[in-house]
Design a protein around this ligand. Sequence first.
Ligand SMILES: Cc1cc2nc3c(=O)[nH]c(=O)nc-3n(C[C@H](O)[C@H](O)[C@H](O)COP(=O)(O)OP(=O)(O)OC[C@H]3O[C@@H](n4cnc5c(N)ncnc54)[C@H](O)[C@@H]3O)c2cc1C
Length: 413
Amino acid sequence: MRAAQDEIMKIAVVGGGASGVFAALVAAHTAKKNRKNVQIRIYESNSRLLKTILVTGNGRCNLSNAEISAAHYFGAVDLFSSVYACFDRPAALSFFESLGLLTVTDSAGRIYPMSMKASSVVDILLRGLEKNGIEIVADTRITSMKKEKHGYLLNDAFYADKVIFAAGGKVGGSGNPSAAVYDLLKAFGVKCTYLQPALTAFMISDFTKSLKGIRTAGALTLSSERSEIAKMSGEIQYTEYGISGIPAMQLSSFAARANAKQLFLTADSLPEMKEEDFVRRIYSMKKSDPQMPMQLFLTGILPKPLGVFFLKESGASQECQLRHLTDALVSDLLKNCKHKRYAVKGLRGFENAQVTSGGIAGSEITERLELKKLPGVFVCGELIDVDGDCGGYNLQWAWSSGAVAGIHSVLEI
Ligand SMILES: Cc1cc2nc3c(=O)[nH]c(=O)nc-3n(C[C@H](O)[C@H](O)[C@H](O)COP(=O)(O)OP(=O)(O)OC[C@H]3O[C@@H](n4cnc5c(N)ncnc54)[C@H](O)[C@@H]3O)c2cc1C
């Protein structure tokens, strides 16, 4: 397994996404620092590296967050914590700076490249690969691995002393090449947890298309039949199939891991207005303008189609005026505006998700990100059962885990 001091150690990185490229770069730096002779090669099934980076953060690449903690992650959270302790956000940002990329932080703590262009991140990382002599083998999907006396043979063709799997998850629509890696590792007895789409939208049962296109500030609560699971605030987006927007996407990560037969989303469309204020306001408007159409009253505080929908759901006609108000109708309107419950039909599929929930189980992996069953084989990034919130958390995991896998692929114990 060990290459002699003066021999060249061959490191194969499977997957040229965020974590794989970072693993290769950090491995090259570690080798240089420790005077180790390495040959690093990235095998990538696409024709180009770092394709996903270009679409991150709406083309701006939200590459980290000012507030990183285990509370923002799901799955193998202990593994996240030990990896992050070894290579944290400041380490990642200073590594980027050494490559030539500077960053900025917005008022919500999201960190972007200073250029606000994802393409800058790609260009700088590619330049780093070139400068460090890292070889790229594109258009090559790794589908098999054999254990040799010293090292591993990939696709019956490529020998490596060490292998870093950085094949990502199941999201995106490019033929799911990481499935081959999950299968390949499972054949060695490596356990993988159930894969589900996360950071995605909710599909709602019998959802009305009349709400499509509405974007409004609100709060969403995810619950099962028995209890509340989590609550998030932000811009709620209504689509033709259900509910999206950042709070919905954040809640989808909880939904992916919730073991419940039926889930519900409850929307508070008036998060800034207390219930008693709503009641006071509607009665005082009734007093001052009894002829006012109820629908217009709602338009004064909500996007019009939402008000129209809530009126219909409350059983009132669109012509109904404030003088027709009854206590029962006020109570129904209040319920719709502040506690409208939608039955969840499911989550949007992997093709619309930003991240995979689930992956190689934390119990299979050492703190060095080496597979316990396959010495010399490392894993990083979304392939592992770790996923984070929206806001730069997933890319930070890609940098941290890629770096840790890269360091330890070079440094032997
Ligand atoms: C639309 C979108 C927006 C996002 N926005 C953000 C954001 O703003 N901030 C954030 O933190 N996260 C964001 N994410 C999530 C983030 O992009 C991922 O978590 C991150 O890219 C994962 O990095 P990775 O290296 O593990 O996997 P990937 O980036 O998916 O890279 C894996 C690579 O491995 C290759 N590969 C797979 N199987 C094989 C094989 N068998 N042989 C050879 N090559 C293989 C793939 O082609 C791919 O290039 C977003 C994701 C999406 C889809």
